[in-house]
Design a protein around this ligand. Structure first.
Ligand code: GLC
Length: 566
């Protein structure tokens, strides 16, 4: 296939794009051009319940994480985002926080956290905590006081309203986790608002005391050595104070049997941006990063989270990328071009604790391991910051429960069988092929997927063709190659239905990435000599992919990453 590009135009665009892509406001730059540490870092989300269990109670913990720092460092991880490890009744597995300034005994102690922070620093790994900003647990002392009387000091820290009538909630809003967003509390004869479970009452961010207390939480952790936060569910912080009913969008029902409605009056309200600007100021004072759980419909919405002049979130996650649910070069091109044109630095995610793992989203059942490498080569070579999810680097498979009685995640219990919950993507990390995959000596809180026999850290470390070794080599390359770190992105061969290819160019360095998203061998003539390059040299490729002259040959789902020379 012939390259159909205007090569010179592409190179010119790439050089222009290689300038630091967003205006940097504060913090100490890591290079003369103003790049910040979080632009060069690879982040890794780990679910603490499932990573490593040091005390053999079947649930992972902080000491377990500390014991795996060598592994994380050797993988090429620069920062770990730990899903909530604060005291919690665990109704939503930690996303119901009952004390923001402590560690749940299930995970250890504050002293364990300090040890982890100290050891992580020695490994050049930063710690990012998960900040559940929208709601607390119903067991948080603020809520216990709030519900105790209409006159309590914390009454207005949450959202209390009278019902429309006996047993009638104040309006029609439905919870993301099913049912009404309102729960009646007989102590004071009012309803309180919860967009998630009833055990997760929403904070009233219109109250300045809430804002002060929550901002102080971030300071408290910054002083303890934390380098930033992943802000949970940020688009749910505010609600219309008039409680206007949401529009109903259709006749059907959702998986929980609730009416279909548009969350017009209780999500994505503009006031959220005032809070994000404030949190950013505190973050900047601490050279910290804010990552956002930002579900957006398009790039215009994503841009709002960067803020004007990039004064809100440095890394709002682009979940639109995860909505490309098939290996389609055209779809990925479209999505990459969109996020590449965003007003801030892109953030790429392909899996997390709430969504099906990329291994299953893209796997065809036959070439899954090859496709796992292909996806790694895609999101780890794009311009932007990648956030990995634990286990992705070994090809862990989403393994949902097969019987309702085994479901742990309450949304799975409630929505079964249409909604099986999120247990499948939260299973224990597969360290080796010993009992319980080396995660714990006790029965793990979720069953280990049968694939642990073949897909585990120990076995894959010994196999030069494993997914893990591919990740290691790729991350090593990414950390040392200026074009991959800072270079502009330019699409190539935009009409190719099988191969996604692009250039990353920084100053006089150009890297070509070619990804075969089809199940057949592909040969692509990149017309190197016509376009001012004398040759391409492989930097990292899958076993049967190579370059000869101007032509790159890619095996089914093969990857070629090469340096171009003039
Ligand atoms: C976020 C978390 C999810 C949690 C929800 C409620 O979406 O990622 O796991 O259940 O917030 O806190």
């Amino acid at each position: 296939m012939k390259s159909g590009i205007l090569w010179l135009y592409v190179v010119a665009v790439s050089v222009a794009l290689s300038l630091p892509a967003c205006a940097q406001t504060a913090g100490s730059a890591v290079d003369a051009e103003g790049h910040q540490w979080w632009q060069h870092a690879v982040f890794y989300e780990l679910y603490p319940r499932s990573f490593a269990d040091s005390n053999n109670d079947g649930v992972g913990d902080l000491r377990g994480i500390a014991s795996k720092l060598d592994y994380l460092q050797s993988l090429g991880v620069d920062a770990i985002w730990i899903s909530p490890c604060f005291p919690s009744p665990q109704v939503d597995f930690g996303y119901d926080v009952s004390d923001y300034e402590n560690i749940d005994p299930m995970y250890g102690t504050l002293a364990d956290f300090d040890d982890l922070a100290r050891e992580a620093k020695k490994h050049n790994i930063r710690i990012i905590l998960d900040f559940v900003v929208n709601h607390t647990s119903d067991q948080h002392k603020w809520f216990l006081d709030s519900k105790s009387s209409r006159a309590s000091a914390h009454r207005d820290w949450y959202i209390w309203r009278d019902g429309k009538g006996p047993n009638q909630p104040p309006n029609n809003w439905v919870s993301i986790f099913g049912g009404s967003t309102w729960k009646f509390d007989p102590t004071t004869n009012q309803f309180y608002y919860h967009i998630f479970y009833p055990e997760q009452p929403d904070l009233n961010w219109r109250n300045p005391a809430v804002k002060d207390a929550m901002f102080d939480v971030t300071r408290w952790w910054y002083h303890r050595g934390v380098s930033g936060f992943r802000l949970d569910a940020v688009d749910t912080l505010f609600e219309d104070p008039n409680l206007t009913d949401n529009p109903i969008t259709g006749p059907g029902k959702n998986a929980f049997g609730d009416p279909l409605e548009e969350s017009k009056y209780n999500q994505k309200l503009p006031e959220v941006h005032d809070i994000l600007r404030g949190l950013r100021q505190v973050a900047d004072e601490n050279n910290a990063v804010l990552i956002g759980e930002t579900w957006t419909a398009d790039i215009a919405e994503l841009n709002k989270y960067y803020g004007k002049g990039n004064n809100e979130l440095q890394l709002p996650m682009d979940f639109l990328f995860t909505t490309v649910n098939k290996l389609s070069p055209a779809e990925f091109r479209k999505q990459i071009a969109a996020v590449d044109s965003a007003s801030g630095w892109p953030t790429f995610v392909i899996s997390n604790h709430d969504i099906i793992r990329s291994y299953d989203r893209y796997g065809d059942g036959k070439h899954n391991d090859q496709i796992a490498k292909l996806m790694a080569a895609l999101y780890l070579t794009l311009r932007g910051t990648p956030i990995m999810y634990y286990g992705e680097e070994i090809g862990m498979k989403t393994t949902p429960p097969v019987r309702q009685e085994d479901v742990k995640d309450p949304i799975g219990r409630r929505g079964w069988p249409k909604e099986k919950g999120r247990d499948g993507e939260r299973t224990p990390m597969q360290w080796n092929d010993d009992a319980n995959a080396g995660f714990s000596q006790a029965k793990p809180w979720l069953p280990v997927p049968p694939t642990y026999k073949t897909h585990n850290v120990a076995a894959e470390s010994k196999d030069p063709n494993s997914i893990l070794e591919f990740y290691r080599n790729l991350l090593k390359l990414r950390h040392t190659n200026p074009a991959l770190l800072d270079g502009g992105y330019a699409a190539l061969n935009e009409n190719d239905p099988n191969v996604l290819s692009y250039l990353r160019t920084y100053k006089n360095q150009t890297v070509l990435v070619a990804l075969n998203m089809s199940g057949s061998v592909q040969k692509v003539d990149f017309q190197l000599s016509h376009n001012g390059f004398s040759s391409a040299k492989s930097l990292l490729s899958t076993a049967k992919s190579s370059v000869s002259g101007d032509t790159v040959t890619l095996e089914p789902y093969g990857v070629f990453i090469g340096q171009l020379s003039k």
